[in-house]
Ligand binder design. Sequence first.
Ligand code: GAR
Length: 223
Amino acid sequence: MASKEKIRLAVLASGSGTNLQSIIDQCQQGQLDADIALVVSNNPGAEALERAEKADINTLCINHRDFESREKFDHAVVAALQEVKADLVVLAGFMRIISDVFLQAFPQRIINIHPALLPSFPGLHVQQKALDYGAKFSGCTVHFVDGGVDTGPVIAQSVVPVFSDDSEETLSARILKQEHKIYPQVIQWFSEGRITVTDRQVTIDESQKTDSSLTNPPLTTLR
Ligand code: GAR
């Protein structure tokens, strides 16, 4: 990749950190014009912290339990992100709701990945919710974060089929595989300055259009 100026990422994660790992891997392979300046977790036991340390990335644990309010916790996180001059805040399995304190510090510079096709199934345990609903497709969504729960403008989505013999684990794994592809891609688009937001409409400059469609189960008699 040509030596373009790299953006500085702050990645926030609460759990296993496989999305963080995919971003680390893509950075190391030179696929992203980005460096991870800091990984923050609210959970001292997060595997994400270990993954970052293994990759020689600065880490910080800010335990939300040590703070009286969401705002005070967010103030501490914001101070840490400002100190490393983060250009983009990447929520990667960060299981905390973001307050106005945080949103105002990084306007349109906080993105999240969610394991469902928003606006269907916001919130938690959404793979099981898609199964319980009987949805034939699910997937993942990368979106800007706003004041609601999983309500911000959608940047990109990836679709996977849901099968009748799926468990929460098999569906989650199928979705996660796509998460690991679209999240680094969105970060790269951001670093290239290709993402424009007008109200809820997000456009990626010079992106191609696809008119392919999927049907699940596949059509048999009509084609
Ligand atoms: C991912 O599936 C991500 O989409 C989800 O948590 C998982 C984290 O996995 N995020 C949310 O549900 C946010 N509401 P990871 O720690 O292995 O990246």
